[in-house]
Design a binder for this molecule. Structure first.
Ligand code: HEM
Length: 124
């Protein structure tokens, strides 16, 4: 009687690893976004975003065990996020989502959420 999570459906940890790794490859080359990331090494940021999304979509809850409640608006408050930053973030995430080559329905579900979440984090 197991109800498959969206996390499992799209390919589990492997899919999220590919998604977020690809995303941060874009961020690493982005002159607008890269300076926002406080750490020289992006692997910590990569781990946090990957674990958050895994948890959000019904996978293991490692994110909250390590970081507590997500409080995403609060955690983004130190960074100036206007429309240009949001659009750059979504550009790299869009490339990353496309690279997964998911069935259309899964692609749309994932993408809609990311667009909504990115819009909700504008703070400038
Ligand atoms: C952390 C930027 C949107 C989830 C961060 C950090 C930056 C950042 C600079 C700090 C990196 C670090 O963890 O060391 C942005 C920008 C966005 C954006 C410019 C554009 C709108 C999003 C969205 C989500 C998200 C849409 C979720 C769907 C996270 C998570 C963390 C994080 C989970 C780590 C929080 C923690 O545990 O400390 N973001 N972000 N971000 N972001 Fe974003």
């Amino acid at each position: 009687t197991s109800e498959e999570s969206f996390y499992d459906l799209i390919g589990g940890e492997e899919a999220f690893k590919r998604l977020i790794h690809r995303f941060y490859q874009g961020v690493a080359e982005d002159p607008l976004l890269r300076p926002l990331y406080p750490e020289e090494d992006l692997t910590g940021a990569e781990d946090r975003l990957r674990l958050f999304l895994i948890q959000y979509w019904g996978g293991p809850t490692t994110y909250s065990q390590e970081r507590g409640h997500p409080r995403l608006r609060m955690r983004h408050a130190p960074f100036v996020i206007g429309e240009p930053e949001r659009d750059a973030w979504l550009k790299h995430m869009g490339d990353a989502v496309e690279s997964l080559e998911l069935p259309q329905e899964q692609h749309e579900k994932l993408w809609k959420y990311l667009v909504y979440a990115a819009h909700s984090l504008i703070n400038a």
